[in-house]
Design a protein around this ligand. Structure first.
Ligand code: TYC
Length: 102
C-alpha cells in the first residue's frame, strides 16, 4: 500500500501487519499401556474427531510416538490438555497429552 508523504511529494510505503494470536499444537504421546480403544474414545470425546479419523490418529501415535491432534488458541489448548490428562488419570492410564507453540 502506498500513501503520499514528504514535502518533495515523495511516496512513502506503509505496511500494516495483521495481528494474529499465537496458536498451540496439542500433541498426544505414545505409551505401552493405554488401551487403543481408550485413546480413540478420548479423541472422539474431547476433540470431536469421528471414529475413522480417531483410529487413524491413534495409530499414527502408536507407530510414530506422537501426533498433533489439533491446533488451538492458548486457553483452548490448555483446557484440552487438562481434560485429557485428568480423564486418563481418573481411568488409571498413563496417557500423556501436551501442548507446544506452533
Ligand atoms: N501403544 C498403545 C498400545 O499398544 C496404544 C496407544 C496409542 C497409547 C496412542 C497411547 O497416545 C497413545 N496399547
Amino acid at each position: 500500500q502506498r500513501t503520499p508523504g514528504g514535502s518533495a511529494g515523495l511516496l512513502t510505503k506503509t505496511r500494516t501487519r495483521t495481528q494474529r494470536p499465537p496458536l498451540y499444537k496439542v500433541l498426544l504421546l505414545n505409551d505401552d499401556y493405554t488401551p487403543m480403544d481408550f485413546v480413540v474414545h478420548v479423541l472422539e470425546r474431547f476433540f470431536g474427531i469421528d471414529r475413522h479419523q480417531a483410529v487413524e490418529i491413534m495409530m499414527t501415535v502408536h507407530r510414530k510416538g506422537l501426533a498433533v491432534v489439533g491446533v488451538f488458541s492458548f486457553e483452548i489448548a490448555e483446557t484440552k490438555v487438562t481434560q485429557v490428562m485428568d480423564y486418563a488419570r481418573r481411568n488409571q492410564h498413563p496417557l500423556q497429552c501436551t501442548m507446544e507453540k506452533e
